[in-house]
Design a protein around this ligand. Structure first.
Ligand code: ADP
Ligand code: ASP
Ligand code: MG
Length: 462
């Protein structure tokens, strides 16, 4: 019989840097032990492991290069193992995982595929969750390893699988909830399985999303995202040391930040949390006492300017046709072609004779041109003249009622007076205003805008 404590668990997720080595894992284990409601732990792969697995999955490494990558992965695990007193059975299961990983990378080198890639990438989280379970057990906790593929059902879109929420909810209540009565359950982020049981992944950084999906299925009290920064900041603290942590932020604002590139949360993370109205906490494993950010439905304040996000790897496509002056159907033709070629568009601006739109090429090795296939370009050229600009970055100012606030233009253009703004979108959302600039000035632009919008006066107010 479950008591009240286990009825409403907290789901805690730890990111890669927080699991990089034994002492980092030990800090995470202490966080779990000090918060008895944290009964479900979702882990990422130890820092660097997924990148090595991605390299192995390309099939581009030769034999010796593969050996180096695999021994790097082994070394990361070994350093953690050296600090643990493991049973023969656990040592055996880790050796088995590493042997499977090695065999699979040899198979991929011969014949790369999206399906095998997802299987290979899953080893990072499977290894870290095996080890983290042992770190908890080593500290006296009653922890069990759980294979998330038993519950995290997705479609078969390898590399960016879509979760099947109904199936997940049912599987979680059948297979995971019963374990919570007596155990802390340690499981993997990022990975899932399709209906045939094939391993899938949710896309890079997807462990946050996994935690939220499990939180939704469990009806969790809260989803805690533990990372390497003390919350969601007014902008990426790597861009400016002026960035500061935000105490509380609404789901809508935080979702916009994630969508527009704030890496601290995977873009889909807040969707399940919003469906079930579950607050999300973001804090640092390096300094758990420092507190962090609470993301929730309602906030005490709704400032016009909350944060600035930056998303790199943007490609701008412009289609121009004089024939279209006063002719209906131009936009419909362009969008029909994009939909036919399965291309999702982010920002759009139009004039009578042209349309400019951005596409995201994050993760594509050869940039936007690789996404714009020759077939699509040929069909777009039937509609009008096509120009492509690459190496652009999208800067988004996030806040509330931005669409109807006075004075934004003065501040914005004041900060950008000498910058070539390629496209600007304002008015469609009350939560953002965004624009495109050259990638090489993007950090500087964010810095200056941050200074303009968020610099503190003597009372500590922006
Ligand atoms: P994890 O491995 O824990 O998932 P990530 O590297 O994915 O961590 O995300 C944390 C990083 O997100 C931070 O180190 C920070 O550089 C970056 N980041 C980008 N934008 C923001 C922001 N607005 N607030 C906080 N961190 C941000
Ligand atoms: N390990 C995966 C990645 O590096 C997922 C995650 O960390 O969220 O993308
Ligand atoms: Mg992350």
């Amino acid at each position: 019989m479950m008591n009240n404590l286990t009825n409403v668990p907290i789901v805690a997720k730890f990111g890669g840097t927080s699991l990089a080595d034994y002492s980092a894992m030990s800090r995470c284990a202490d966080i779990i032990i000090n918060c008895p409601k944290s009964k479900v732990v979702v882990v990422s792969a130890s820092s660097g492991v997924t990148n090595l697995l991605v390299e192995l999955s390309t099939g581009k490494l030769n034999g010796p290069q593969r050996t180096v990558a695999i021994s790097d992965i082994r070394a990361i695990q070994q350093k953690i193992i050296d600090n643990l007193a493991l049973s023969d059975q656990v040592i055996e299961s880790i050796s088995h995982l590493l042997a499977q990983l090695s065999d699979l990378s040899a198979a991929i080198a011969l014949k790369p595929s999206a399906k095998l890639t997802d299987k290979l990438l899953s080893f990072g989280e499977r290894l870290s969750s095996t080890l983290f379970t042992q770190v908890l057990i080593g500290k006296g906790a009653s922890a069990v390893y759980f294979d998330v593929r038993d519950v995290l059902r997705t479609d078969s879109h390898f590399g960016k699988a879509q979760p099947q929420v109904g199936a997940i909810n049912q599987l979680v209540s059948e297979r995971l909830t019963p374990l919570l009565a007596d155990n802390i359950v340690v499981t993997q982020g990022f990975i899932g399985a399709d209906p045939s049981g094939a391993t899938t992944t949710l896309g890079r950084g997807g462990s946050d999303y996994s935690a939220a999906l499990l939180g939704e299925a469990l009806g969790a009290e809260q989803i805690n995202i533990w990372t390497d920064v003390s919350g969601i900041f007014t902008t990426d603290p790597r861009i400016t040391d002026q960035a500061r942590a935000i105490e509380e932020i609404s789901f809508n604002e935080a979702a916009e930040m994630a969508t527009f590139g704030a890496k601290v949360l995977h873009p889909s993370t807040l969707v399940p949390a919003m469906r079930k109205n579950i607050p999300v906490f973001v804090g640092s494993t390096l300094n758990p006492q420092a507190g962090g950010t609470i993301v929730r439905n309602q906030t005490n304040t709704q400032p016009v300017y909350r944060a600035i996000a930056l998303r790199r790897h943007q490609t701008l496509v412009t289609v121009t046709s004089m024939d279209m002056l006063h002719a209906p159907g131009f936009l419909a033709r362009v969008f029909t072609l994009l939909a036919k070629h399965n291309l999702s568009v982010d920002l759009v601006t139009t004039s009578e004779i042209s349309i400019a739109l951005t596409i995201d090429s994050t993760g594509s090795e050869s940039g936007g041109r690789a996404i714009l296939t020759p077939e699509l370009l040929a069909e777009l050229r039937d509609v009008g003249q096509v120009t492509i600009e690459e190496e652009l970055a999208l800067v988004a100012l996030i806040g509330n009622k931005i669409d109807s606030s006075y004075g934004i233009g003065t501040r914005l253009f004041g900060a950008l007076s000498d910058v070539n703004v390629r496209l600007i979108c304002h008015g469609a959302s009350q939560h953002n205003l965004c624009f495109l600039v050259d990638d090489n000035v993007a950090s500087d632009v964010v810095n200056r805008l941050h200074q303009q919008m968020f610099s503190l006066n003597s009372e500590g107010q922006a």
